[in-house]
Design a protein around this ligand. Structure first.
Ligand code: ZN
Length: 343
């Protein structure tokens, strides 16, 4: 990566209205069978084209081939019964009906590898692929087999590692694990969360990243954020551990959040993907706002380790809003890049 302050989206983008219900998170598909397969890949191609036209440096698939960032991966695993559903509390925040682990979990076949090949074929730019992290996976399931969150997390870490190695082998440049659960279960993060994440990333020939956020801009998350007080210090637990970890890049939420900038200093030495776009609001950031959010982090992260990004995925937004926010991100990063005299 030669560009100073490269840009990358965290992961998801809105889906086209012919593929899924617009502005609806986790919407069911509107197509079936071969048409659905083709529709997903068409949507992926559009997501790539939009990012390239906007000038995004590290391109992703916009998660166009998956319905949910955790359950779509789990659907492809053995040992999980999707007909046996239980209601559990997700992220200690909201109840959801989730599938149940009923036996030994395994990955009978690659999950996203064909989709990643399709992304690779669509662009010459570096590509990033998102997977759920082990802790976030177990937090989105009911377990009636292992009887231990930690044990199940280690199993998922092994499975994720198999998938990640195959993604790297087909040309994925960055595998990013999404671990919003790291902002909730602090004892678990310390005891086994970071260790299982490192297991998921073990031996990868590509770069690795972890994204930790305060969630999509949905009501349950916005209500939770309102209870977190003046300063959001959740990162204080995970960042020092991640600084010592094998993970290359940490993606965090910053713009319009109450995360104190100095917490970023806990990651000194790591690459940092700073969220400079608020995904919980339809208001489009100005390039100057984006540049200001990025600029104030320079005290805590070296410029050559700063990546400009969004706070989280943009799936629930209108497509036009996501496009405009993507453009603002690129323009804002460019302002700062020129200030620093880099290309
Ligand atoms: Zn997120």
């Amino acid at each position: 990566m030669t560009t100073l302050i490269p840009t990358a989206l965290v992961g998801s983008l809105p889906k086209p209205g012919w593929l899924a219900e617009e502005e609806t998170l986790w919407s069911p598909w509107k197509l079936e069978g071969e048409q659905l397969r083709e529709g997903k890949l068409d949507a992926l191609a559009l997501a790539v084209a939009d990012q390239e036209r906007a000038g995004i440096d590290i391109v992703c698939d916009g998660e166009q081939t998956r319905q949910h960032f955790v359950t779509t991966f789990i659907e492809h695993l053995g040992g999980v019964d999707f007909d046996r559903r239980e209601t559990v509390r997700i992220r200690d925040r909201y109840d959801a009906s989730v599938p149940t682990v009923v036996g030994e979990v395994g990955r009978p076949a690659p999950v996203f590898v064909d989709d990643a090949k399709a992304l690779r074929a669509r662009t010459d730019r570096p590509i990033k692929w998102t997977l759920p992290g082990p802790m976030t996976m177990i937090d989105t399931l009911a377990d009636r087999h292992y009887g231990s969150r930690e044990k199940l997390a280690w199993e998922f870490a092994r499975i994720l590692n198999e998938e990640a190695r195959e993604l790297a082998a087909v040309g994925v440049d960055v595998v990013q694990f999404d671990e919003p659960a790291f902002n909730v279960f602090f004892d678990d993060v310390r005891d086994w969360g970071v260790a299982t994440l490192e297991r998921a990333a073990e031996g990868l020939t590509c770069e690795t990243a972890v994204h930790i956020c305060y969630g999509y801009g949905i009501k349950a998350n916005n209500d939770w954020k309102a209870t977190l007080g003046e300063e959001w210090r959740q990162y204080e637990t995970s960042f020092p551990l991640l600084r010592e970890s094998t993970i290359d890049t940490i993606a965090l939420e910053r713009h319009h959040s109450r995360v104190p900038a100095e917490l970023i200093g806990l990651l000194r030495g790591k690459k940092v993907m700073v969220g400079a776009i608020d995904v919980a609001s339809d208001e489009i950031e100005t390039p100057e706002e984006v540049a200001a959010t990025l600029r104030e982090t320079l005290e805590f992260v070296d410029a050559d380790k700063l990546i400009a990004s969004t706070n989280c995925g943009m799936a629930p937004l209108a497509r036009s809003v996501a496009r405009d926010k993507t453009a603002a991100l690129v323009a804002g990063a460019r302002i700062l890049r020129e200030e620093l005299g880099g290309e």
